[in-house]
Design a binder for this molecule. Sequence first.
Ligand SMILES: *Cc1c(COP(=O)(O)O)cnc(C)c1O
Ligand code: SF4
Length: 361
Amino acid sequence: METWQKLLQESLTRPGDLTRRFGVDPRPLEEVAARYPMRVNPYYLGLIKEVGDPIWRQAVPAEEELRDAVCPADPLEEENQSPVPNLVHRYPDRVLFLVCSECAMYCRFCTRKRKVGGEEMVIDRASIERGLAYIREHGEIRDVILSGGDPLLLSDERLEWILKELRAIAHVEIIRIGSRVPVVLPQRITAALVRLLRRFHPLYLNTHFNHPDEITELAAKACARLADAGIPLGNQTVLLRGVNDDPVVMKRLMQKLLAIRVKPYYLYQADMVQGTDHFRTSVEEGLEIVRALRGHTSGLGVPAYVIDAPGGGGKIPLLPDYLQSLGEEVVLKNYQGETYRYANPAPALIEEKRSAVNDCR
Ligand SMILES: *Cc1c(COP(=O)(O)O)cnc(C)c1O
Ligand code: SF4
């Protein structure tokens, strides 16, 4: 058995398992873990410094999960946008393909909390075959995002089969893998896995770091292996109360990601998912954090801040109001809050200039 498989097997799955280590009363948490599964593998457990810290909050069940009376179970209406089970076709040219129901750690804030690690999320070979058939039949799909659960918890053999089948479809231009494994179980990024993945380029991997303490030596090594194999790495962070809702923490996270060759891609406003209301921050706080990044650190380290619209409307970008007014003159505020003006060519003028250029030819 490989190290990562052993670590998974040694995961704590009952709140009672935490008592010995941290002296917390597990009783109120047992009901929570019965509803939403818990899995804290020894690697991620080792990152916890104290009860209630940002690592703890992401991994350990909290009583609030059962007290959420605000949020729906499937706010993004993924089930309504699934033409076949476990495949979400929301955008014209790309699909989200759920190929694994398990994760290396069950994040308490998960968007698919309603089903990951549970019995309703059945993903077997037959359901993957149906998804593949759908992609084959839809010539407009040029981008396939493997997700779950976590696709990298599949065996190398199963993953190779899926990637081979996808690569055999001429209209699939790029493949993306969404995986939290580099963060929560970096031991899974074995040399053999990376040798396998690199055969299916162009292949991208988006991972999911939420806090600078998650960027350990092992996580850095896992990302280096992937990057050395020519796999462009992106990161999706969820803005979480008590974890990273602080401009200083967020800036450090983005800078550390760049240092391990991971490009911050999205910063998500927390979805309205049942059992996660206690993690949500206001949008004003999110905009404040983005304002504290832009201009103040490398532009490469500034992710797009988005709300994944409830109702299945897709990701909608949010920007602090740098644009003060837009007319013949564009009035702008820079990152230091100073005002600048830009003379805006009228659309009609641009048309005139264009034809003038054409006349000269
Ligand atoms: C996020 C998402 C995608 C990918 O969106 P990009 O902006 O291209 O990264 C595709 N399908 C669904 C259903 C998604 O939620
Ligand atoms: S790894 Fe992703 S899918 Fe799995 S529990 Fe965490 S957020 Fe959800």
